[in-house]
Design a protein. Structure first.
Length: 126
C-alpha cells in the first residue's frame, strides 16, 4: 500500500509550511492548517533528535546533508573494517563488499555485471 505524503498550506499564503509553492504539489495532497508545522513531505526540515545520524538516513529516509554525511561516514568505517576479510557467504556480493577475488565471488560479480549491462543497453535503446 502506497502512502501519500501530505503538505500543509499556511493560512493566507500560497506556500506550504516548508516554504514551497502549493502549486508544486498535487492539489489533493495539500491541506490548509492553522498552526505552524512542518510538512510530512519535508521531514528533513523538522528538528528531530535523529538528524545527523546514520539512523536518520536509513530508518527515516532523510536525505539532508547531515544525515547523508553521517551515513557515508558509517559506511566508510564498515568498509575499512571488512574489506579484505573472508566474506560470510561467497558469491553474495563478496567481490565488492569484501574484496574477495575467489572464483565463486568473481563469477557471481561477472554474472551480475553482464545482466546489468544488458538491462542498461535495453533502457538506452528504448
Amino acid at each position: 500500500m502506497k502512502t501519500r505524503r501530505l503538505h500543509y498550506k499556511k493560512l493566507g499564503v500560497d506556500r506550504t509550511a516548508c516554504g514551497y509553492a502549493t502549486g508544486h504539489f498535487r492539489p489533493d495532497t495539500v491541506i490548509t492548517f492553522i498552526r505552524d508545522v512542518t510538512c510530512l513531505g519535508c521531514l528533513k526540515l523538522m528538528d528531530e533528535p535523529w538528524h545527523g545520524t546514520p539512523g536518520g538516513y536509513t530508518n527515516h529516509h532523510c536525505r539532508c546533508q547531515a544525515c547523508t554525511a553521517a551515513n557515508a561516514k558509517r559506511m566508510n568505517s564498515w568498509r575499512e573494517r571488512h574489506f579484505g576479510l573472508e566474506p560470510p557467504h561467497h558469491g553474495e556480493y563478496g567481490y565488492n563488499a569484501y574484496g574477495c577475488r575467489c572464483a565463486v565471488c568473481a563469477g557471481d560479480h561477472a554474472t551480475r555485471m553482464a545482466a546489468w549491462r544488458e538491462t542498461s543497453q535495453k533502457k538506452a535503446s528504448s
